[in-house]
Design a protein around this ligand. Structure first.
Ligand code: AFP
Length: 336
């Protein structure tokens, strides 16, 4: 069977009525931008892209040179194509409406241009995460509030992981599929379709250094994972932590697992570290379409009504029976 390139895959999806021409063009453009980012990431020190940019973002975090460069690449690539009404990024405080000098479309694009950027200088996999929503009817100059739609309203979501190989993972509500970048040909090739996440797992991922700040449900849940065979779970669990959500999710899509970033008392004002609109929601859509689950610990992530473009949420995602188990510890605690 001749390998299927992403462009052919999307054209066939359009012919089958699963996506329209605008969404196909949008995905082609995002994929092309990710190829450019992949080249920049791959150059590393040779491309003078390592290190800090000397600027900070709306989250108050120091920006890496590649954060800024990736943001510019995605902005530039998507501004003039005519399939978007607006964009929003982790690196920009407010939504960015498409300039009136360019044709506008009906979609809104949200993205984390380079997730895991604290890993860039140590050559660990990083990635781009994106989410696509419809622009509300009648809105020509979308503002922040027009992006505040629940994750269940997403028409498409994906991420590209820049690791030993560059892989684009995509869903538009008909399963989750993986495309590996063929560097010689310069095109993404379908390498796994209809990915299914194992329902159960023996592998968990959480930043253990935050343990003393966790709330009781998470303390109890992790205590029982660590007790393994000697405890109520009756089986041993292994642990992983890459500090790059894209890489954690890719591992889970590949072999199962649970990834968590709970809210904690370290910074009570922050309900977790990860952002709802361009981290938790797109990953939730991708996981659910692969038979997995994504939760706040107390409910389905994709049903959360957003209140802010950069709002943070507690995240529990992965093998669905294990995510349900983590939720059970929260519900039990709340009932007590
Ligand atoms: P950066 O993009 O600032 O490196 O943050 C990465 C991230 O948002 C997510 O990808 C990781 O899972 C998580 O933060 C890592 O958090 P810790 O720094 O607490 O390990």
């Amino acid at each position: 069977m001749k390998p299927t390139a992403l462009s052919r895959y999307l054209i066939e999806a359009q012919h089958q009525g699963h996506i329209n021409a605008d969404l196909r063009l949008l995905l082609e453009v995002v994929a092309r931008a990710c190829k450019t980012i992949s080249t920049a990431v791959g150059k590393g020190a040779l491309g003078d892209v390592l290190g800090d940019a000397g600027t900070g973002n709306v989250q108050g975090e120091a920006q890496k040179k590649l954060d800024v460069l990736s943001n510019e690449i995605l902005l530039e690539a998507n501004e003039w194509g005519g399939h978007l009404a607006g964009l929003a990024s982790e690196e920009m405080e407010h939504a960015h409406a498409i300039p009136s000098s360019y044709p506008r479309g009906n979609y809104l694009l949200l993205f984390d241009p380079l997730d895991g950027s604290s890993n860039i200088d140590v050559n660990v996999s990083v990635g781009t995460i994106f989410s696509v929503l419809r622009c509300p009817d009648g809105v020509t100059e979308p503002r922040d509030e027009h992006f505040l739609q629940p994750g269940s309203a997403q028409v498409c979501a994906g991420y590209t992981v820049y690791g030993p190989s560059t892989i684009l993972v995509l869903t538009f509500g008909r399963g989750t599929h993986m495309f590996t970048l063929d560097r010689e040909q310069g095109s993404f090739i379908l390498t796994r379709s209809d990915v299914q996440v194992p329902e159960d797992t023996r592998e968990f991922a959480i930043n253990m250094s935050n343990q003393r700040f966790w709330h009781p449900p998470v303390q109890n849940y992790i205590r029982d994972l660590l007790a393994g065979k000697t405890g109520p779970r009756g089986k041993d669990f292994n642990m992983r932590w890459i500090a790059s959500m894209v890489s954690e999710v890719h591992r889970i899509l590949t072999r199962g697992g649970i990834f968590m970033y709970p809210a904690d008392s370290k910074d009570p004002g922050k309900p977790g570290r990860l952002r709802l609109m361009y981290e938790a929601n797109p990953m939730g859509f991708i996981l659910e379409q692969a038979g997995g689950a994504c939760s706040t610990g107390r409910g389905r992530m994709l049903e959360v009504q957003p209140e802010g473009l950069h709002q943070r949420v507690p995240v529990f995602l992965g093998s669905r029976n294990e995510v349900a188990e983590a939720e059970r510890y929260h519900h039990e605690h709340d009932r007590a």
